[in-house]
Structures are given as C-alpha cells and as structure tokens.
Design a protein around this ligand. Structure first.
Ligand code: NAD
Ligand code: WQD
Length: 341
C-alpha cells in the first residue's frame, strides 16, 4: 500500500493540522505550499508535535512546470488539495485572482494526476456551496444554490471538475469534503490559525479581542429569525476535521469508494448561534469578552448546519470534541502566538 500523500497548501490552517494527523496515522507527507497565506515556521510546529519533519517544497500549484517536477520526483498515490484563496469578500472585489488561483491550481494537479496515473484526491470544498438552503440541516443531496461569491463559485466548479474527471477516467478517484465552519487549534498550541490583518471569521476575531488586539467584537445582527436573533452555524473542531481527511484517504487507498466521486459533509450536525459561541468561549476560558451588537453583515445566511449521517455511516467518522474544549484550544493558541501567560 502506497502511504505517501502530497498535501498542497499543507502549511496553511487546515493543511497543517491534517499533516499532523496523517503523520500520526503512518503516512509519509510531502507538503507543497507557496506561503502566500502561511509561514514556514508552521513546519517546525508540525515537527515538534509529531517528531517528524515532512518534506517541504515551496512551489506554486499554478506553476505547471514546478508541479510537474514534483510529480516526476515523488511517487505518492494520493493528494489532498488545500491550496486556494479563501476570503469571500476579497473574491467579490478581485474575482480573477480567485478564479485563477483556485481553478488553475486544481486543474494542474488533476491533469498531472491523470498523466502520471496517481489515483486519489481529497478536495477542500465548503458548505458555502449550499448557499441559503431551503431545508435544514443540509444533506449531500440538498441542491447547491447558485454561488453568491466568486470564491463559492470556484468551489462548485472544482467539485464539477472532479466529478467529470472521475466519470471519464477509470484510474482517478476523488472525495470532496464540504467543511462547515472550522475552528480551534491543535491542543498542543504549537499550530493553529494565523489570519493576516483583521480576521473575517468569528473565532479568530474573538480570540484577538480577548488578547486586546481588537477593541470589541461586533455581533453581526440580533434580529434574525432564530431563538436568540443571531445566525446559526456548524462549528467543527480543526483536529476532528483533519481526521476526516485521513479516513477519506484510507477509503480511497483501499478502493472502498466504488463510485470514484463522493461528497461528504464535515460538521458536527449541531447548530450554534453567535451568542452561544461567545458565551461558551467566555465560560470555557473564564473571561469576559467585550462585544456589541452591530448591523447584519451583507451576504450572511441565517442558518446552515450539516446532516452528517453519510460521513458517520460511510466514512465511520464522527466529530468528537466538545465546543468548550475547542474554544479553550483556540484561546491557548492565541495566547501562545501573542506571548500571553
Ligand atoms: P489557508 O489560507 O490557511 O491555507 C491555504 C494554504 O494554501 C496556505 O498555506 C497558502 O499559502 C497556500 N496556497 C494558496 N494558494 C496556493 C498556490 N497556488 N500554490 C501553493 N500554495 C497555495 O486556508 P485554510 O483555512 O487552511 O483552507 C484550506 C482549504 O480549505 C482552502 O481550499 C479553503 O478554501 C478550504 N476551506 C476553508 C474553510 C475555512 O473556513 N477555513 C472552510 C471551507 C473550505
Ligand atoms: C460565522 C458567524 C457571522 C465575525 C465563512 C465563509 C464560508 C467558509 C467558512 C470557506 C456569522 C458572525 C462573524 C464577526 C460576527 N469558508 N460573525 N462577528 O460566514 O459562516 O463562513 O467561513 O469556505 O465560505 O463564508 O463564517 O466565521 O465569518 O461567521 O458576528 O466579527 O459569525 O455573521 O453568523 P461564515 P464566519
């Protein structure tokens, strides 16, 4: 069995945690990253946690010749493709940057996989493909809504590229994992999320507010048709999410995915409101957060959470960590980055 995996975007938030879980499960990992949204120091954190230093190649997945060299020189059978830009708002302002990076990088990887006969790819998709769903929770059969951002569109188009390639090429298989809201950090506090500038996402904004870097958290809307008026999301612990990639790779290596293109929701199945999350963070870490209600944020859907039955039954994967533990890990990580005792 070939237990070598190429992890594109492996120095990033989800990629670094997945690299750790792959190494723990006995895989040999080759990380490719252009460091456009990450720091090389992350590789040190991975080594400190696992005792193993995975091979790191600084390269851009959009650079076809650089990628070809990697395929020439390494005989991995599986790829996990994280490399992409992910800021929804920025993608609206700069659509071509997103279409180029997210689509060209995927096309290069998939074309080279077909050419070099590398069979398996796990792709980072997103709950954003469901948009403002008509029924909740969403299952994998819930229709995708037309994308409301170029970023979301790249995820839909990428899923289609993988589906159509699997249908046409016998020696090619893929699993698209639709992540809900990944949060938290490795419990060692040696790796975690490193947003650049002002965070767009809720949990990094909370931890930076607690650390005194941001003055106050704005809660975007308390007049939604939910029990407490704030939006509902499905917050998935980063280590649980990382483990889902390992079981997806295992499934493909063992050829248990007869259909050769599969999609799985990766969430907890539990809706959590913004107020609930803030209060859980305060209780778990025994501190008070400065926050205030602000107007709704453009583009937010009221609620989205996963039906995870398919991942539970088919992958044998379950979200395990409690929200309070995840929020403790998020705070430990922020403190370690800022040097707070
Ligand atoms: P991240 O920005 O931390 O990681 C992405 C990594 O890819 C970075 O290290 C970046 O330097 C690298 N990269 C980007 N373009 C590249 C290129 N052309 N060549 C080589 N490396 C490149 O983001 P993340 O949160 O870890 O997200 C990973 C994947 O998961 C992305 O595809 C993202 O769209 C998807 N996703 C993320 C979330 C989320 O909330 N974090 C949710 C759903 C899906
Ligand atoms: C969560 C909730 C906000 C910040 C995004 C992408 C999605 C996926 C995951 C990539 C919402 C509220 C937030 C703040 C707040 N990424 N909020 N104050 O928007 O659910 O999903 O990340 O695929 O595509 O859109 O996540 O963390 O930004 O927001 O009140 O300062 O927190 O309104 O209800 P979101 P988020």
């Amino acid at each position: 069995m070939n237990k070598r995996v190429l992890v594109t975007g492996g120095a990033g938030y989800i990629g670094s945690h997945t690299t750790v879980e792959l190494i723990k499960a006995g895989y040999e990992v080759i990380v490719v990253d252009n460091l456009s949204n990450s720091d090389r120091a992350v590789m040190k954190g991975i080594e400190q946690i696992t005792g193993i230093s995975p091979r790191f190649i600084e390269a851009d997945c959009c650079d076809r010749e650089a990628m070809r060299r990697i395929f020439e020189e390494h005989d991995f059978q599986s790829v996990i493709h994280f490399a992409a830009f992910k800021a929804v708002g920025e993608s609206v302002a700069e659509p071509l940057k997103y279409y180029r990076n997210n689509l060209v990088s995927l096309l290069n990887v998939v074309e080279l996989m077909v050419e070099y006969k590398r069979r398996n790819i796990v792709f980072s998709s997103s709950a954003t493909v469901y948009g403002d769903a008509d029924t909740l929770p969403v299952t994998e059969l819930t229709p995708r809504k037309p994308a409301t951002s170029p970023y979301g569109n790249t995820k839909q188009m990428s899923e289609d590229v993988l589906r159509d390639t699997a249908a046409a090429c016998d020696g090619f298989a893929s699993i698209a994992l639709r992540y809900f809201n990944p949060i938290g950090a490795h419990p060692s506090a040696l790796i975690g999320e490193l947003p650049r500038g002002v965070p767009n996402n809720l949990v990094p904004y909370i931890t930076q507010t607690a650390a005194g870097i941001r003055e106050r958290l704005s809660i975007f809307g308390d007049d939604y048709p939910t029990a407490d008026g704030s939006c509902l999301r499905d917050y998935i612990d980063i280590v649980d999410l990382a483990r889902a990639h390992v079981v997806a790779i295992e499934r493909m290596i063992e050829h248990r995915n007869q259909k050769r293109y599969e999609v799985f929701n990766v969430g907890t199945g539990k809706p959590v409101s913004v107020f609930e999350l803030v209060h859980c963070f305060e209780e778990a870490n025994n501190l008070k957060l400065n926050y205030a209600v602000a107007p709704r944020r453009a583009g937010d859907v009221t609620a989205v959470w996963a039906d995870t039955t398919l991942a539970n039954n088919t992958l044998g994967w379950h979200a395990e960590r409690e929200l309070a533990d995840t929020l403790r890990a998020a705070w430990q990580w922020e403190k370690s980055v800022r040097g707070i005792e």
